[in-house]
Design a protein around this ligand. Structure first.
Ligand SMILES: Cc1ncc(COP(=O)(O)O)c(C=O)c1O
Length: 380
């Protein structure tokens, strides 16, 4: 991805460029890998921080027809964006919200027998069958019918009266670790349950699950993170395209004229003759404080290590020896992008790329490139 910051965005502390073309490319790669299974798209948490209003239409244009979000509110928003899409709501059916689902054609993921009963009642009251996913817990112990509830459902399929099962689904615990024995254990539990339940489509694989091989694909794959460039197979080279780039504006460059320290807490010594650039990105923008003193940003082709504490609105980098042509007030530094991916930033911060993306700040000027004609460029 070669994206030059647009001159029109100079007033912002930082410019977040989101490459919708890369999202579409990632979708197509996952779809190919999952085929002949259908490839859905998980766009919860505002499309993992990238912006559902822009990302969902790009995925639709790339061929995605089945989407998943976590919350009802997200589903309502997505319905306004994509009138024709199939929309599943992972967190399930909140009591009293049945009408909302029905009116807007949203498909709840039923995570327990109580939810099944609620939806069955809603179907009865509506006098028409209603569609739902049914989530079977095969090892996560988080959401979904546990083994006893699954047994009960298998023994009394009439509990599903009026419910059209869009798919039986389950969720993998450790798909990014192909050696973990829990993957095969979950797959077997899922197969065993499917054999005892009424026939319908089945869905198990998240992004990493797609890379565990065809035995994990079933009928519908449900990738999220890989659409957005996170490595679904971290035991090897990342097959996904980078989708985000964050360019922070340099506010000041100062020369240190005597041995000193930089930033809060005086955590970092700097020698006489050092040069420090201050960039308008801080932890209030999602650039975590735990990234203090770690990693490096890029000024042109020059790396510049982060020095001192990250503060609320600012971070500081060491630009000693770098040419003024790149290290000057008004220039930008690549904080995240092809040369410092969200996965790398996550590793430096002791977290995962998901958290880095979903924490992307609201103060950034967002710029969408490579999109479908319907996606708008949103400039400040
Ligand atoms: C039930 C379910 N399916 C699919 C996904 C997508 O997973 P990933 O982002 O790892 O591809 C998630 C994400 O958390 C999920 O909770």
């Amino acid at each position: 991805m070669t994206i030059e910051p647009s001159p029109g965005l100079k007033g912002a502390g930082a410019i977040l460029t989101i490459d919708l073309g890369a999202v579409a490319t990632n979708y197509r790669l996952l779809r190919e890998k999952a085929a002949p299974a259908e490839c859905a798209a998980v766009v919860k948490a505002d499309a993992y921080g990238l912006g559902m209003a822009e990302v969902a239409p790009a995925l639709w244009t790339a061929g995605a027809r089945r989407f998943f979000v976590a919350h009802l509110e997200e589903a309502i928003r997505l319905r306004e964006i994509l009138a024709q899409a199939s929309i599943g709501v992972l967190n399930g059916l909140m009591p009293g919200c049945e009408d909302e689902y029905r009116r807007r054609g949203l498909i709840p993921v039923l995570n327990h027998l109580g939810g099944i009963e609620q939806w069955r009642e809603a179907a009865r009251a509506a006098g028409t069958p209603l569609s739902a996913y049914v989530h079977l817990d095969t090892g996560m112990n988080r959401l979904g019918l546990g083994p006893k509830e699954t047994d009960r459902l298998a023994g009394s399929p009439d509990l599903l009266e009026g419910i059209e099962v869009a798919a039986w689904m389950s969720h993998l615990v450790s798909a990014e670790e192909p050696e973990a024995s829990v993957n095969e254990a979950q797959r077997q539990r899922f197969i065993d349950a499917l054999a005892r339940l009424p026939k319908a489509k089945a869905s198990l694989a998240n992004s990493s699950g797609i890379f565990l091989g065809p035995g994990f694909h079933f009928d519908i794959a449900r990738p999220g993170c890989a659409l957005y460039g996170i490595n679904p197979a971290p035991y090897g080279r990342n097959p996904m395209a980078t989708t985000v780039r964050l360019d922070g504006h340099i506010l000041q460059v100062r020369s240190i004229d005597r041995p000193s320290t930089v930033g809060y807490g005086a955590t970092r010594q700097v020698a006489k003759g050092a040069k420090i650039a201050t960039i308008a990105v801080g932890y209030a923008d999602g650039y975590q404080r735990r990234l203090s003193d770690v990693g490096r940003v890029w000024l042109g082709d020059h790396p510049a290590p982060v020095v001192g504490r990250v503060s609320m609105d600012l971070m500081t980098v060491d630009v000693t020896g770098l040419p003024d042509s790149v290290a000057h007030a008004g220039a930008t530094a690549e904080i995240m992008g092809p040369r410092r991916t969200p996965d790398e930033v996550a590793e430096e911060a002791g977290t995962i790329g998901y958290e880095i993306l979903t924490s992307l700040g609201r103060r950034y000027a967002r710029r969408y490139v490579g999109g479908s004609p319907s996606a708008e460029m949103r400039e400040p």
